[in-house]
Design a protein around this ligand. Structure first.
Ligand code: SF4
Length: 508
């Protein structure tokens, strides 16, 4: 079918338009400096394009973009007004009738925690991350502005464009920060009616009934089961404050939409999937079991996974993980384990008390290091692989706090997992604080980096060979040969470099 111009064109930065061969956590690679792999290899073998149809419409798109598409249709725009297009094919859908181009990005300027840790002035390697490069390239393409359409940016990283100077530099007209369903449709309507809308708009917490069902397949088969968190960490975004679980029938309907689009793997998404339908912070095991069983039971679904879980929830209901593993068939040759992201953040109860007391509930801050180890043990027994994060440079952090985290890393050595140290980025109620950078690293921080590196290298090869098994042969060979290169050859060099930096920072 020949493409044509639409009044509203929705798209996303190229790095989020890939489901990374079904291994969605490889998406972290988008935060690496663009010199890490040749772009040809990166976009062909690690981050291949999501499929398209009808000349460039996205068959699969980021979940947030699908939510905005659904909100626009529910608001009253017709399906013939709105298209979700692949960024490489977008110009085919832009014409004189196009008034708005909505762009989703996780990390438009490369200022998210992962990018600031690895790239730019603050990070270990310097340079521009793939995602920021591709965002810049997309929004500054003169073809987007040919018919004077307004460029509206949303997505988890849109806060990075609150600065007017940055928006002007990139030619971005409007930025939407926060939940988009209620705030985006009226903005688009005003633009279409000829109003000169510009600036930053903040989307407030959206009620369940306004989280409309998606109309097309999603990258990674992501389907949102709950939104918000309620644990109230000071460095988190404000809309996380209210936790809302979606009705099971909405979730199942979205899974069916995915299956219809050819997406047979489902990733249940929430900040803590274990708290689906929870009573405050208390896990409701029967609701979680029902959720996983129902998702796995949808006709056409071959694989069910999850995005995030909380270690406090694991420790609160220790038997639940094993039950979930049984329900979704973890432990087979094709699915030796499942993984999910989880926040460890620190090994210091004092840091917990100061910045994230809600994170440990219903336990106490002083129990945190024991709780983390216990939860990692439960994960191991249940064939769950935690992909944990640590935050370096939290406000009020002392060397003693960092050493407590190093101690915790030592206790976590026997547990198959990946632990990624990230720099503190001042968002949420800590917006006024100073961010952390590689220049702020003390010897203790380098020691912690070394502990994380050694932990990762200890498990990397085994995890990688199990993780990439479903990739096409060539991609699998490429990733594995890279892993072997890292583990066997570069690791020793990297260790030496970390130790050198540690000594250098000690001499400052
Ligand atoms: S637990 Fe995670 S999602 Fe919840 S408030 Fe803390 S940082 Fe945010």
């Amino acid at each position: 079918m020949a493409a044509r111009g639409y009044r509203i064109v929705l798209t996303a930065e190229r790095c989020v338009m890939s489901d990374y061969h079904g291994s969605i956590f490889l998406g972290f690679c988008a935060c690496a400096p663009r010199s890490m792999w040749y772009p040809f290899f990166y976009f062909r073998f690690i981050c291949p394009s999501a499929p398209t149809h009808d000349g460039g419409k996205a068959k699969l798109a980021p979940y947030g973009l699908r939510k905005i598409e659904a909100a626009l249709i529910n608001y009253g725009f017709s399906k013939s007004d709105v298209v979700v297009a692949h960024p490489d094919k977008i110009k085919k859908f832009i014409g004189p009738e196009t008034k708005v181009i909505g762009v989703a990005s996780n990390d438009p300027l490369g200022r998210g925690p992962a990018s600031t840790t690895f790239t730019g002035e603050t990070g270990f390697f310097g340079g521009e991350p793939y995602d920021a490069w591709k965002f810049r390239e997309l929004v500054s393409n003169p073809k987007l502005k040919r018919w004077n359409a307004k460029i509206v940016v949303g997505g988890p990283g849109s806060w990075q464009l609150e600065d007017e100077e940055e928006r002007r530099r990139l030619g971005v007209d409007v930025v939407v920060v926060g939940e988009g369903e209620k705030v985006v449709p009226p903005i688009f309507e005003k633009i279409i009616n000829g109003e000169d809308v510009r600036g930053v708009f903040y989307g407030d917490v959206v009620e369940i009934e306004h989280m409309y069902r998606i109309l097309g397949g999603t990258i990674g088969g992501i389907v949102e089961v709950a939104r918000g968190c309620g644990r109230g960490c000071r460095f988190c975004i404000p809309t996380m404050l209210r936790f809302r679980s979606r009705p099971l029938e909405d979730i199942l309907a979205e899974i069916r939409v995915n299956v219809k689009a050819g997406q047979h793997s489902v990733c249940l998404h929430a900040e803590d999937v274990l708290r689906y339908k929870a009573n405050g912070i208390y896990v409701k095991p029967e609701a979680v079991r029902e959720l996983f069983a129902a998702a796995a039971g949808v006709e056409g679904v071959k694989n069910v996974g999850l995005s995030h879980f909380a270690l406090a929830s694991v420790a609160e209901k220790p038997g639940l993980l094993k039950e979930i593993s049984e329900i979704i068939g973890v432990g087979s040759r094709n699915k030796p384990w499942i993984s999910g992201q989880t926040g460890i953040e620190t090994g210091s109860p004092r840091m917990i008390e100061l910045n994230m007391p809600g994170k440990v509930k219903p336990f106490k801050p002083e129990e945190w290091p024991d709780l983390v180890e216990q939860a990692f043990g439960i994960c191991q027994d249940s064939l769950w692989i935690p992909c944990g994060t640590l935050v370096l440079g939290l406000p009020g952090e002392t060397e003693e706090d960092v050493y407590m985290t190093i101690e915790l890393m030592d206790r976590l050595k026997p547990y198959k997992s990946i632990i990624v140290p990230l720099f503190f980025v001042p968002i949420g109620s800590l917006k006024g604080e100073r961010g952390f950078s590689v220049k702020d690293m003390k010897p203790s921080h380098w020691e912690l980096i070394l502990a994380c590196w050694d932990h990762g290298m200890n498990w990397a090869e085994e995890l990688a060979s199990e993780y990439v098994f479903k990739m096409p042969w060539l991609a699998k060979t490429y990733v594995m040969s890279f892993m072997k290169k890292v583990v066997r050859r570069i690791s020793r060099k990297a260790r030496k470099e970390i130790i050198r930096m540690m000594e250098e920072s000690a001499g400052k």
